[in-house]
Design a protein around this ligand. Sequence first.
Ligand code: MN
Length: 228
Amino acid sequence: MSNYVFSPTPPVTLPIEGSDALFPVRRVYCIGRNYAAHAIEMGHDPNREPPFFFQKNPNNLTTGDSFPYPDQTKDVHHEIEMIVALKSGGKSIPLDQALDHVFGYGVGLDMTRRDLQGVAKEMGRPWEIGKAFEDSAPVSALRTASDVGHPDAGLVQLKVNGAAKQTGDLNQMIWKVPEMISYLSDFFELAAGDVIMTGTPSGVGPVVRGDVMECHVAGVGDLKVTVV
Ligand code: MN
C-alpha cells in the first residue's frame, strides 16, 4: 500500500462497445480549425498552415447523457468531433505507421465557453478557460479499429432538438488522422491512453439548458447529450 497523503483520483476510463474492458485515458489533445468551413466561420484563413493543438484534461471527459451548463459563461457552443484513442505511442511516429497506434474511435463534443475563449484569443492568452472546464468533453463509448476500421469519410452531424446544426464529412478534415498523430509525436511523446479530438465541421453555435444534442459520426457511432 503506497503512502499517499490522500487517495489518488481514480483513472478516467472510457467504455468500449461490445466489451467489459475499459480504456484508461492519459492525455487529451484537441486540434483547432481542422475543417475549412469552420475555420472560415471563425474568421480564419483555411489554407493549410501547420496544425495547432490545445489540451483538455482527461477528467473533463464524461460518458453520461447530460452536460451541466457551466459557470462563468453566457455562450456555450457545441463542437461535434470524431475522437481517436491510442493504444500505443512514441516520438516522431512516421506517417505510414501512425494508424498502427490507434485503438479505436468515438464520437465526442468539444464543448466551448465561446465568450471566454474569445477574450483569451483577443488577449493572446491560453484557451483552457474556454475549453478545459468540468464536463467539457462528453464522449461516446469507443469502437475498436478492428471493429470499424479507420474511418476517413462519412457524415459528421450534430442536431440540436432535432434540427441539423453541424453537417460535414470526415473527408473534409484538413489534417487527417495519421497526420495529426505523426505531427503531435514530433512535439510530445504519445502513449497508450492518449485521446485526440479531431476538430469540428462548420455550424458551431450556442446551446441552452434543456437542449438535446444528437451527434452522429458515420461508421463510428452516436452520442446524445442533454444540456442540464
Ligand atoms: Mn474543437
